[in-house]
Design a protein around this ligand. Sequence first.
Ligand code: ACO
Length: 319
Amino acid sequence: MMYSRIVGTGSYLPEKILTNHDLESMVDTSDEWIRTRTGIEERRIAADNQMASDLALNASREAMEAAGVGAADIDLVIVATTTPDVIFPSTACILQNKLGIRDCPAFDVQAVCSGFVYALATADMFIRDGKCRTALVVGTEVYSRILDWTDRSTCVLFGDGAGAVVLTQSDQSGILSSHLHADGDYSKILAVPGSVCGGKVQGRPFVVMEGNTVFKFAVKVLEEVVHEALTENNLRVSDIDWLIPHQANIRIILSTAKKLGIPMEKVVVTLERQGNTSAASIPLALDAAVRDGRIKSGQHVLLEGVGGGFTWGSVLIRW
Ligand code: ACO
């Protein structure tokens, strides 16, 4: 049996920290409101000259170093991002060039906060099909560029950052299953509805969101995908060693864990210091738990994402 296996992880957060207290002087909000409604205390903001590919570059270098691979070893680059450097070329092609990786498929995946799960599932299929041996999979976002900094209902939620993994072919265990879903009926509850036409921006180029609808939808599907993954692999909830959910809101994470009966000690949470980093949130949390030694060989790690589209999905790994 051929698997794909994560052999290195990396992350990058921009230097600038924006705290809840900083936001108090920008919009009519309070540290207390943000902390109790979302669990977020601070988030990182990219410098003006930092693009999604720059954040991705730093995270990728760290993941490649951890994996012990060089540019010549990578034969697939997939970047999940909602905030690409430019309309085209893809951020994956820009990253490929910055890393000096030559002649391999490179493309972006746009599935908003589920993007990393979509990208990892896609890379897994390439590897198990024998189409490539070593993939670089990255989630990178500069959400600060698509937020209306006068809209308190959205600007307090998000942050910038990037996480990356290197995935290689393995005959030992690795990714056990992945499940991807989407329902375009819900496309309007979370969106950046603007577009560029004839040199002008048409429609609103900032995040718009029906917070309560998103909340309920997220809790529902985040529970469903866990059961879906467990059923496919004949596992029980108690077999999950680490749950790594998309880091949108602590109340969504707490509700999901409670409904599933998973103790919070088994859930990786990084959103206090990072906010919602969309496609970067899962690889950032994964990297944190790998580097601090929480995730150990042989353990079951379940990644689950949910985001605009609406999209959702899971990747189950035996580490
Ligand atoms: N500071 C202070 N007050 C605020 C703020 C703020 N930053 N934002 C909204 N409010 C006010 C509202 O105006 C409203 O005031 P009103 O009662 O006078 O009208 C009041 O707070 C309550 O607003 P609600 O929207 O009902 O607040 P709620 O408890 O639902 O919390 C939140 C809002 C945090 C957005 C919640 O709906 C939520 O977590 N939704 C999930 C959305 C999410 O996580 N999105 C991330 C992207 S989606 C994803 O990644 C899957």
